[in-house]
Design a protein around this ligand. Structure first.
Ligand SMILES: NC(=O)c1ccc[n+]([C@@H]2O[C@H](COP(=O)([O-])OP(=O)(O)OC[C@H]3O[C@@H](n4cnc5c(N)ncnc54)[C@H](OP(=O)(O)O)[C@@H]3O)[C@@H](O)[C@H]2O)c1
Length: 268
């Protein structure tokens, strides 16, 4: 029997390889991004979504593609809006509940954590507001949303929360980490496995939170990573975040049981 076909957008990103690996057992995985895949596509072009869907005819879509660089979204809000909101909305108008849009804990303003899927959003940055708009567009077309927290895990390109710490330590550079920014981080592998489980569940809730097992500040995260990996935390500098665009506590109320954070950090 042939496996259903799952299109993963944004497969060249940090989470992408974990997601495609998690899907490969149960799905025929096809991919699209600007820099490679079965189809090369720039989702900033409004015609690209229909072209990709027509070319690849997916049964399901896992939408990871995003301009996730906060500073870049502030410089190019119209571009961020096209990729983060308009393109997934267009895909959902074709796929409906067979599209799962990956969103972020940063859609919240950080003043009322821990957050459940029913809490109102309050984005503080362009990145966050385009992701919140993407959620609304996807849901209005019958699609589904999964909100993820801060992600970590090994990455050859140095992306993600744990690689940032490890790279700074390996270069002997001091690294400022916020003591007053709280998240519920999760290993990409755990997040990807949950996404693979949720993708075919078309009747599940419209919005699902996949929070990590523990609420920690960025500073606590860095210290826990060092403890798990036997690294010295001496060059990690506790720092207060004063940036109004960064919510202080976007912990997600955990809906799905996860392994322990320390255990996740052992293989980060
Ligand atoms: N990283 C986190 O901590 C985190 C936390 C919560 C939620 N999320 C969400 O999870 C998803 C994946 O995050 P990530 O960290 O893997 O992101 P990432 O590393 O920044 O990767 C973004 C992906 O989107 C693709 N992309 C960007 N602009 C595009 C365009 N105009 N057309 C086509 N593809 C485009 C990129 O591919 P090309 O450059 O090859 O085109 C890349 O594959 C995102 O939706 C993000 O909002 C991430």
């Amino acid at each position: 029997m042939s496996r259903p076909r799952a299109l993963v957008t944004g497969h060249t990103g940090f989470l992408g390889p974990y997601a495609t690996a998690a899907l490969e057992g149960s799905f025929e995985v096809v991919t699209a991004s600007r820099t490679g895949g079965d189809v090369v596509a720039d989702f900033g072009d409004p015609s690209s979504v229909a072209a990709v869907i027509a070319a690849l005819r997916p049964d399901f879509v896992l939408w990871l593609a995003a301009d996730s660089r906060m500073a870049h979204c502030e410089l190019d809000p119209a571009g961020a809006q096209r990729v983060n909101a308009e393109a997934p909305g267009r895909a959902a108008s074709v796929l409906g509940s067979r599209l799962l849009y990956v969103s972020t804990d940063l859609v919240f303003d950080g003043r009322a954590a821990p957050y459940s899927p029913f809490d109102p959003t309050g984005p503080l940055s362009t990145y966050a507001s385009t992701k919140a708009d993407g959620e609304e567009r996807v849901i209005s077309q019958g699609g589904r949303v999964v909100r993820l927290p801060l992600l970590f895990g090994k990455d050859d390109n140095g992306r993600g929360a744990s690689e940032m710490v490890r790279r700074a330590l390996s270069r002997g550079e001091p690294l400022a980490l916020f003591t007053n920014e709280y998240r519920t981080p999760i290993h990409c592998r755990d997040a990807a496995r949950t996404l693979a489980t949720l993708l075919p569940l078309v009747t599940c809730s419209r919005i699902v939170h996949v929070g990590g097992p523990q609420r920690v500040s960025r500073w606590e995260f860095g210290r826990m990573l060092c403890a798990a990996q036997g690294l010295s935390a001496a060059s990690l500098l506790p720092t207060e975040c004063l940036d109004p665009m960064r919510p202080r506590d976007v912990s997600l109320r955990n809906e799905i049981a996860q392994r322990d954070l320390f255990e996740m950090l052992l293989d980060a």
